[in-house]
Design a protein around this ligand. Structure first.
Ligand SMILES: [Zn+2]
Length: 316
C-alpha cells in the first residue's frame, strides 16, 4: 500500500477524535481520546500529535503515506496563518496551532472552523458527494454553515463566509438579540436554543400546549409535541422552518447551490422539519434558483468533522 492518505482532527472540548481518509474521503480508521484541556493548550497539542501517531500505528499505514493533517476547531481562526484567535469553548487565545503541530509532526497542517469542516466532509463523501456547489447548515446550539463552490471550501475574505446563522432574517419588530451582538439573526429562531426559547416564551405566556408540563425543555420535546399536532409546538417549528427557508432563498440567489444539506442535532427531527423548510424555500426562492435544487439531510453524522478535516488538505 503506497497511496496517500489524509488525516483529520476533530478537536472538541471533551474529546479529540482523529481519523484517516483515503483520496475518496472514505474513513478508514479512527482513534479517540480525552482532550485534557484543563492542562492547557500545549498539553492538548501534544495529545493531538500523540493520537495522530497512535492512529497511524494502529492502521498499518506508513508515516510516509500521510499527505497532511487537517483540524476542525470551533472559534475565530486566522485560517491562512493557522492561528486560533479565540476559542470560547477551549478558552484559548492566539494559539499558533498550525506552526506547533507542523513542528511536532513534520507534516503540512491546515485548520478551519468546525462548521466549514463538517460541510466539507459532507461534500467529499457524504450527502453532497459528486456535487460541486453546495451549501450546508448545521443546526445545533447555534446555526453554523459552510459553502462549497466548485468542489472547494469557500472561506471568504477573512473567514466569515458561511456564517449562515448570522444572516439577519427576522424583521425588526420580532427580532431578539443574538450572541454576535446583532438583532434578528437566523440562529435566534432556528437553532435548538432558539426553538427552546420560543417554547418557554409560549409556556410563560400561558398558551395552551402540552409543553407546559415539560420540566426541562429540549428541542426534541418541541418536535415531539409538533408531531402530535400540538398547535403551539407546530407554530414554533413553522417559524424555525420559515426562516431557514427564507435564508436559503437568499443564499440561492447569491451562491446558486444545487443542494442544501442540513445536519446537526435539530436536523434529526426528520420529515416534519424538512417538509416545512422545502415548502418555504419553494415559496420564496425565484423559480430558476430552485429548479433541480434539493434540500437533504446530512449523512455522515458525527464523522463529518473528522472526514472534513482530512479533506482540508485536498480541498480546503
Ligand atoms: Zn448573530
Amino acid at each position: 500500500m503506497s497511496e496517500q492518505i489524509y488525516i483529520g482532527v476533530d478537536l472538541g472540548g471533551t474529546n479529540i477524535k482523529v481519523g484517516i481518509c483515503d483520496v475518496e474521503g472514505k474513513l478508514l480508521h479512527t482513534y479517540e481520546g480525552p482532550t485534557g484541556n484543563e492542562n492547557g493548550a500545549d498539553f492538548v497539542l501534544d495529545r493531538i500529535a500523540e493520537y495522530v501517531r497512535a492512529l497511524v500505528r494502529e492502521s498499518a499505514i506508513e508515516w510516509e503515506q500521510v499527505a497532511g493533517i487537517g483540524a476542525g476547531i470551533a472559534g475565530f481562526l486566522d485560517i491562512p496563518e493557522g492561528v486560533i484567535k479565540l476559542s470560547p469553548n477551549l478558552g484559548w487565545r492566539n494559539v499558533p496551532v498550525k506552526k506547533i503541530l507542523e513542528e511536532k509532526l513534520g507534516k503540512q497542517v491546515v485548520i478551519d472552523n468546525d462548521a466549514n469542516v463538517a460541510a466539507l466532509g459532507e461534500a467529499w463523501s457524504g450527502a453532497g458527494a459528486g456535487i460541486p456547489n453546495i451549501v450546508c447548515y448545521t443546526l445545533g446550539t447555534g446555526v453554523g454553515g459552510g459553502i462549497i463552490v466548485g468542489g472547494r471550501l469557500y472561506q471568504g475574505y477573512n473567514g466569515m463566509a458561511g456564517e449562515l446563522g448570522h444572516m439577519t432574517v427576522v424583521p425588526d419588530l420580532e427580532a431578539i438579540a443574538c450572541g454576535c451582538g446583532r438583532m434578528g439573526c437566523l440562529e435566534t429562531v432556528s437553532s435548538a436554543t432558539g426553538i427552546i426559547r420560543m417554547a418557554n416564551d409560549a409556556v410563560e405566556r400561558g398558551d395552551a400546549t402540552v409543553l407546559a408540563s415539560v420540566e426541562k425543555m429540549t428541542a426534541k420535546d418541541v418536535f415531539d409535541a409538533a408531531k402530535a399536532d400540538d398547535e403551539v409546538a407546530l407554530r414554533i417549528i413553522q417559524r424555525a422552518a420559515f426562516y431557514l427557508g427564507k435564508s436559503m432563498s437568499l443564499v440561492s440567489v447569491v451562491i446558486n447551490p444545487q443542494r442544501f444539506i442540513i445536519g446537526g442535532g435539530v436536523s434529526r427531527a426528520g420529515d416534519i422539519l424538512f417538509d416545512m423548510i422545502r415548502e418555504n424555500f419553494s415559496k420564496l426562492a425565484p423559480e430558476r434558483a430552485q429548479e433541480g435544487v434539493d434540500i437533504v439531510p446530512a449523512t455522515l453524522g458525527n464523522d463529518a468533522g473528522v472526514v472534513g478535516a482530512a479533506g482540508l488538505i485536498l480541498r480546503g
